[in-house]
Write a protein that binds this ligand. Structure first.
Ligand code: SAM
Length: 223
């Protein structure tokens, strides 16, 4: 079936391009599974892509919404400069997840760069006053709140900054609103409707297939 082909292709390409013995990332996945958290972290290929974006735009300040066990946090934080100017803040609702991710971040040697703040992200976002503002935000939490997160992320981002929103395609379900009326798909549609009239951003959705099946991310550039 298609998922098998997507997964085989991910594994084939990863075998040339990624480190199969990446202890920090293997550990993040292992602890996630052991602690009974859902397998909803980004894939290794997507994680590397996030890492490369951080480097490509020379980001120094990164905001993440939705930490889970810290897999994507590690990928993003690794792209930051290690001279003290690189900082990442990740927002997570669950105390348990925050604790697991902090340990994983520590094991990855990134605890001086990446900080996890516990609580409803919308509350935490209201308390953030980054100076200088963030260069990049990765939104990957409860999909129902995508629009609220996007608006807050924009407020906290520099002009020329980037916002990436994960899981905006959802096996094609987002584009079939008469069949799929679930709140997550609705959360993505609310964001898309907002973006249609937002003159302060330029955006595109890139569909992806891979071991996490058919999905996609939205890439927004703040004008
Ligand atoms: N970004 C992670 C990765 O790729 O490794 C995966 C994040 S997972 C898809 C979504 C996370 O968002 C979960 O850990 C969940 O507890 C968290 N979350 C859900 N609702 C939230 C909220 N209101 N505020 C902050 N975090 C929330």
């Amino acid at each position: 079936d298609l998922k098998e082909i997507y997964t085989r292709s991910d594994h084939y390409h990863n075998s040339f391009l990624l480190d199969p013995n990446d202890e920090a990332l293997l550990n993040a996945e292992k602890t996630r599974e052991e602690e009974g958290l859902m397998p909803i972290a980004v894939s290794p290929a997507m994680g590397k892509f996030l890492n490369l974006i951080v480097k490509s735009i020379s980001a120094k300040r990164v905001l993440e919404i939705g930490t889970l066990a810290g897999y994507s946090t590690i990928c993003l934080a690794r792209g930051l400069p290690k001279d003290g100017t690189g900082k990442l803040i990740s927002l997570e609702l669950e105390e348990k997840n925050a604790e697991i991710s902090r340990k994983n971040i520590d094991k990855a040697g990134l605890s001086s760069i990446a900080q996890v703040i516990v609580g409803p992200a919308i509350e935490s976002l209201k308390t953030l006053k980054p100076d200088p503002p963030f260069d990049l935000t990765f939104i990957d939490a409860d999909k129902e709140s995508n629009l609220e997160y996007f608006i807050e992320a924009k407020r906290l981002l520099k002009k020329g900054g980037v916002i990436i929103v994960d899981n905006v395609v959802r096996n094609g379900q987002v584009s079939d609103p008469s069949t799929y009326t679930d709140s997550r798909s609705e959360g993505v549609r609310r964001l898309l409707k907002f973006l249609k009239d937002d003159k302060e951003v330029e955006c595109t959705t890139i569909q992806t297939v891979g071991e996490k099946n058919h999905d996609g991310f939205l890439y927004a550039y703040i004008i």
